[in-house]
Write a protein that binds this ligand. Structure first.
Ligand SMILES: Cc1ncc(COP(=O)(O)O)c(C=O)c1O
Length: 506
């Protein structure tokens, strides 16, 4: 392990108590920057592989960090970055081998038509640039995005992120942004339950075709359709077969281009393919990558066709990005892509993903509260419901699980989706069989306890209702009955207060 002694010293020299860190953060860091586990946030001081360690040395199994793709602080990534940092870090207006090698390796993983790269520093920047490329190429403004999508924090991409603008304090959606339904076949507009024999891919693609035709008839057309190949913020959504083919066809037929946001799901995470768009058999016109590309270092890229890149060049306005494509970022990205291949992490994602899905599906058989289990590779969603029949989301249960997994089992999971009831797993790709079993054992315990708590709550509710009914029916109710009802009510209130406390602590 490089720098091992320095690392130990660095951890030991953390001089602030957790309480002091929280105090300083509250004072100097914008409160809009929200913490995980708000009432008892984690102070993480060190990471290694699929584990993170807090200031007391407690080890957490990390099931949520898809950024630390090849593992936290992978020694080869650290070495590549440190060596390049110690050699030269400058901008991409000088020739450098790491930059061109990064472009070559990245495009070698893409379909042949996607051969030109622009390097950026984040997923937001990648999507922002993708919109510029698309608008310049088509000379149009309008964009189709999916409901619940998140594409980043810049103004341009917040405008195409219903996940943000649909929140109570969100900005108004601009007229040139069109929202198509999220292709969620479990809880969306067209479900496999409501339309058991329908072609759901075609059903979900139709609104996209309708928007394209409508905008064309207005003389405006659509510049781009942007979508995550598997939607993460939407609740780990796997679009139905044929969806992207039909959607891309409709967009291209009317002169638009197709952008795949692979910021979360790229670089082998889905196991069967290197890119998630490949699972649907489509070739986008523009692909945006970031997060896992730098394993924690800020680097991203936009990969596109020579035609789209040429049209951008033809504007005569040079594209310059101070840090995008600097040798340190590129050395790191090169190391990440090399490690994915050398350590066969894509294959690992496929094998472990199959195992996790199988075992989680078994949990679904055993626990009524698990409504759906879906995923690909190390991208798994477990949807919590209060009623299997109606598929009603159980947000409280999801929050309760996230919290208990952390507090009791030291396993980090998260929840997301429009109802925040989908448990998300997207661990570092070095996640192993033992880790999967650790997660499964802990999750089973939580589901068992959840079921007991829910049964208890229901019993109390029933008892309270019965007592109240009895009291109503008998005008001659004794003080004793009233006292029992009051006691039951007090117990129930206590239980709900406790649940509420747990939820707020997430
Ligand atoms: C799908 C997707 N696109 C884009 C972004 C923005 O990336 P960044 O935070 O690196 O700007 C995110 C971030 O979470 C994302 O999930």
């Amino acid at each position: 392990m490089p720098f091992a002694s320095e690392q130990v010293q660095s951890v030991a020299s953390q001089q602030l108590s957790k309480a002091e860190t929280i105090k300083l953060r509250n004072k100097h860091i914008g409160q809009a920057c929200k913490l995980f586990y708000r009432s008892d946030p984690l102070k993480i001081v060190r990471g290694q592989g699929q584990y993170m360690f807090d200031e007391e040395g407690v080890r957490y199994l990390d099931c949520i960090n898809n950024v630390a793709h090849v593992g936290h602080c992978h020694p080869e990534v650290v070495r590549a970055g440190a060596l390049q940092m110690a050699t030269i870090s400058t901008n991409n207006r000088f020739l450098h081998d790491e930059l061109v090698q990064c472009g070559r390796t990245l495009t070698s993983k893409m379909p042949p038509s996607l051969s030109v790269c622009f390097f950026v520093n984040s997923g937001s920047e990648a999507n922002d640039l993708a919109l510029r490329l698309a608008r310049n190429y088509t000379k149009r403004q309008d964009v189709i995005t999916l409901d619940h999508a998140y594409h980043g924090h810049l103004q341009s991409v917040m405008e195409i992120s219903p996940y943000k603008f649909n929140q109570p304090g969100g900005a108004k959606k601009p007229d040139y942004v069109h929202v198509a339904p999220c292709p969620d076949i479990y809880g969306g507009q067209f479900t496999d339950k409501l339309y058991p024999n329908a072609d759901l891919g075609a059903l979900y693609a139709q609104p996209i075709a309708d928007i394209c035709e409508r905008q064309l008839a207005k003389g405006q057309g659509v510049a781009a359709f942007i979508a995550e190949s598997l939607q993460s913020c939407g609740g780990q959504i796997l679009p139905p077969a044929g969806y992207f083919q039909a959607a891309y066809q409709a967009v291209r037929r009317t002169g638009g281009v197709c952008i795949a946001d692979e910021v979360q799901v790229g670089f082998g995470r889905v196991g069967s393919h290197y890119w998630a768009f490949e699972t649907q058999g489509v070739v986008p016109d523009i692909v945006c990558v970031a997060k896992p590309m730098g394993n924690g270092h800020p680097v991203g890229a936009v990969v596109t066709t020579p035609e789209i890149a040429q049209a951008f060049h033809d504007t005569g306005i040079a594209y310059f990005n101070t840090y995008g494509g600097n040798p340190v970022s590129c050395a790191i990205a090169n190391a990440v892509m090399r490690i994915i291949d050398e350590e066969q992490l894509q294959q690992n994602a496929q094998q472990l993903g199959e195992y996790l899905l199988r075992e989680c599906s078994q949990l679904k058989q055993e626990f009524e509260s698990v409504g759906d289990v879906r995923g690909m590779g190390l991208f798994v969603g477990i949807e919590m419901v209060s009623d299997r029949e109606t598929r009603s989301p159980d947000t409280q249960a999801a929050h309760w699980l996230v919290n208990r997994m952390k507090q009791l089992h030291k396993v980090l999971i998260s929840s997301d989706g429009p109802n925040d009831n989908v448990i998300k797993l997207k661990p570092p790709m070095c996640f192993n069989h033992e880790n999967a079993d650790e997660f499964l054992l802990a999750f089973r315990e939580c589901l068992t306890t959840l079921r007991q708590e829910q049964l208890q709550a229901r019993a109390m509710e029933a008892a309270t209702a019965a007592a109240a009914a009895a009291a109503d029916a008998a005008a001659t109710a004794t003080n004793g009955v009233i006292a029992t009802a009051a006691e039951t009510l007090a117990n129930k209130t206590k239980l709900f207060e406790r649940q509420d406390r747990l939820i707020k602590s997430v």
